[in-house]
Design a protein around this ligand. Sequence first.
Ligand code: LMR
Length: 435
Amino acid sequence: MWRCCRAVASRFMCTSTSTSTSTSTSTSISAVGWWDHVGLAPKDPILSVTEAFLADTNPYRINLGVGAYRDDEGKPIVLQCVRNAEAKIAGSDFMESHSNAVSSKLVEESVKLVYGRDADVVKEGRFAGVQALSGTGACRLFAEFQRHFYPESQIFLPVPTWSNHHNIWRDAQVPERTFRYYHPDSKGLHFRALLDDIKNAPNRSFFLLHPCAHNPTGVDPTEEQWREISLALKAKNHFPFFDMAYQGFASGNLDKDAQAIRIFLDDGHLVGCAQSFAKTMGLYGHRVGCLSILCMDSKQASAVKSQLQQIARAMYSSPPVHGLLLVSTILSDPDLMALWVEEVKVMANRIEKMRATLRENLERLGSPLNWEHITDQVGMFCFSGLSQEHVDRLSKEFHIYMTHDGRISMAGVTTSNVKYLANAIHEVTRSTKAA
Ligand code: LMR
């Protein structure tokens, strides 16, 4: 290393100007070699899809990568409730970074969305809640908290799961384990295997669950299955941590999509939950979210909250204020809240309609494959079953971009591109044998 630094340094010295003093030269010697060992990071499997799409100038290009909502014109939207909230906060005195009262309001209203307005844990203040940098920030904060207070613990992630979960717990230095979730043959839930894996995990393990609109598969357990999952976790004293990034997108109804979490509450679990408003309020760029951890009583909740705040303080101090104001304004104003509920339904319905249309088109083309799973799966994603080779052909030959695992962000499908998409999928799969 030293030799290599010296070699680089001597190259540098040859080109340096004669006015350098010997002190500045030795500073330069060490400055030159600092990052020689740093290579390019691997591309993010989701964000790199957008990069590839943006680099393509073909007029038929389609981005089915990132799971952010798009309207039927393929454009990101600003919800009307957000516009109204913006008008309401315009000119308000919100530049001060420590808007504790607003942040508490956001947390107070967010927890009602997941645990229920009248839930005992909410009424009794038995939750430690903090504003977080969207779902990623909430997960990361929890992972750090987990490592601080359970340094020997691991996190059990479903197979498959959102690719960033792996990064988040890896960087928090919490070892990852997995549990079976999805069955590629049925393109549905691998339910018995999932229960077995819960049973076989060491007692008091941490399990990450997607309460609705599972990312990337779009496969959710039924209500009955959630009840069994909850009891299986309870029997082993496992800790359920929910990543709630798509509340409302599975069924179009916020309460219905929180059903899994409410089942766990009824069974007496203490759970954790990461919430994001990136997709459901179309605020991806604002990074607004909430992390909550249920506790035995309010005293314990204060202690847990203080620790979360301290971890956040060292990582980013406090989150930005503008998005926070938008979300807390919407959640605490009954009219804006009602408008948001309607708008979530509209977004969920559009996605559902595109699922049906895509399937219809593929069937009309006489595809040899079964496409029922397109409409069986729910939420923003369709785990299409397309292979990496199919995905590569779709991008190269048809300018259609999705993640390598064949995940389709249904939000990118529109009335005007669905036919083209179905034709392209049919073209790349027509010689594939049905399972
Ligand atoms: C996705 O899975 O596409 C979304 O959660 C967006 C993201 O940040 O990865």
